[in-house]
Design a protein around this ligand. Structure first.
Ligand SMILES: Cc1cc2nc3c(=O)[nH]c(=O)nc-3n(C[C@H](O)[C@H](O)[C@H](O)COP(=O)(O)O)c2cc1C
Length: 465
């Protein structure tokens, strides 16, 4: 069988996610849709009919205020603002689908691990095991004050703290409740056996959490773990925890190199490449013919907002490009925001000196995502080339107009990929993890570090409660 392509639909509960300005496009629907439960349910059904693995929702907690030292550009152009919470619509979408998975971004910086563990256990129950958590440490400095934090913790320290955060979550999900704790025994009038529900008594540098976990074990226990760390420290975190990694690799060679770095980082953690799926982001514009697809792109370009897109990029990298002569020096700069995205313009073309206007233009449709524009055959050829030449496992699709771009992909590209034996023609397994790692494997790989992070009662350090 040919290597299967996994598909995530990547978006956010906002109006402008990666293609800022499309709200003016007559076919773009998030303008009113992002706050309607029906919009999300309709989209979920489209994606399930197109055999996607997940709908993957991004999230941020502050405004993009680095560009020109002000939030005005981001607010004026709706750059990931306003942005609703991604977790609440998941239950509504789960109710109208049977197989589609749902990945939600959730920040280790702003929410305590006890809350996060309860939230994702709840979602895993409500979705019958179809939920994933995109673990982020967050990068927007102006979000901190809103959460009562005086200043942004340095980049690498955020990951140190997140490592400990994960240990708390693993202990709650994997080690607090024994599998057979819920006895439901009428004869002894016992619903739950108290001796099988354990405190975790976690005492760390950042967190002290006694437990027990508030939720009984869900189908996957730990949600499927997504991550996108790409800096030195971020990649180490991803290699330790992630089951799926998504990226913004601008070219095939850049993607291949990133997967090589990931493979080495996984080996350093004692893990194999097969334990992690790798999804580069990609923007697809498809139409029945190449010429029509090109026309579609040109139409979208008329609506793009260069300034709103600069606000997005400057927020990502934490550097105000308006203060620079050109984008030339970017790759050598240091930032406490997203370090890895500084190198992208030199990866696209090492010899080109990008002006600010050219950077803005480039970002306006699909941000830093590589673009594939063409007929279903052209798109399928190119997706196959990415798969074969990089060793990736599928794609995070980020269309320009939404939800039209997702529907076009499902209608036009999906049948072509199925014809080529690259995409499932029916779903198998019940949980999201089984879609990635095989039927009968709803739980984390037994070698995963979650099973090394034991609470005292399992280490023999304290008697069972
Ligand atoms: C396609 C893509 C989308 C991302 N979306 C989010 C997001 O919604 N929220 C967030 O806090 N971080 C997001 N990030 C940032 C990552 O969490 C991470 O910080 C980034 O990839 C850089 O890694 P680094 O922290 O190791 O430099 C995204 C990254 C990529 C590649």
């Amino acid at each position: 069988m040919r290597q299967q392509i996994h598909l995530n639909a990547f978006t956010q509960c906002c109006i402008g996610h990666h293609s800022i300005g499309q709200w003016k496009h007559p076919l773009d629907r998030p303008l009113d849709g992002y706050r309607s439960v029906h919009y999300w349910q309709d989209l979920a059904r489209v994606l399930e009919a197109g055999f996607f693995d997940t709908l993957f929702l991004a999230d941020v907690h502050g405004t993009y205020s680095v560009y020109r030292g002000s939030r005005d550009a981001a607010v004026r152009h709706g750059t990931q603002f306003p942005s609703n919470d991604p977790t609440l619509v998941i239950a509504a979408m789960a109710a109208t689908t049977r197989y589609l998975g749902f990945a939600s971004t959730f920040s280790t910086t702003y929410f305590p691990p006890y809350h996060t563990a309860k939230l994702f256990s709840t979602l895993d129950h409500l979705t019958d095991g179809r939920v994933a958590w995109n673990i982020v440490t967050s990068y927007l400095a102006d979000a901190n004050a809103n959460f009562g934090l005086s200043e942004m913790m340095p980049h690498d320290q955020r990951y140190e703290r997140a490592d400990e955060y994960m240990e708390v979550c693993y202990q709650l999900w994997e080690h607090s409740w024994e599998e057979d704790a819920m006895v439901r025994d009428h004869a002894t009038d016992t619903l739950i056996d108290p001796s099988k529900v354990h405190e975790i008594n976690f005492n760390g540098q950042y967190f002290n959490v006694p437990g027990p976990h508030m939720c009984e074990p869900s189908p996957q226990r730990t949600p499927v773990l997504y991550q996108a760390g790409a800096s030195g420290r971020g990649l180490r975190f991803a290699a330790r925890h992630a089951e799926a990694i998504f990226a913004m690799d601008p070219t095939i060679p850049a993607c291949r190199a990133a997967i090589e770095r990931l493979t080495q980082a996984l080996q350093a953690e004692g893990r194999q490449r097969e334990e992690v799926k790798y999804f580069p982001g990609i923007t697809v514009i498809v139409a029945p013919t190449d010429a029509e697809a090109q026309l579609k792109l040109e139409t979208c370009q008329q609506f793009g907002s260069p300034e709103g897109s600069l606000a997005l990029y400057c927020g990502w990298v934490g550097i105000d490009l308006a203060q620079l002569e050109s984008g030339k020096a970017l790759k050598d700069m240091k930032t406490d925001a997203i370090q890895s995205l500084l190198a992208n313009f030199s990866l696209i073309d090492a010899n080109r000196e990008w002006s600010l206007a050219e950077i803005a233009d480039y970002l306006a449709t699909g941000s830093l995502m590589p673009k594939i524009v063409g007929s279903p055959q052209t798109v399928a050829d190119e997706l196959e080339r990415w798969m074969d030449e990089t060793g990736c496992d599928g794609f995070n699709l980020v269309p320009v107009t939404q939800p039209q771009g997702f529907a076009d992909f499902a209608d036009l590209v999906v049948p072509e990929l199925q014809r080529r034996g690259r995409l499932r023609t029916r779903y198998e397994g019940e949980t999201l993890r089984e879609r990635y790692f095989g039927v009968g494997k709803p739980r984390l790989n037994p070698q995963h570090c979650a099973y090394r992070s034991l609470p005292p009662w399992k280490r023999g350090g304290a008697p069972p409660d």
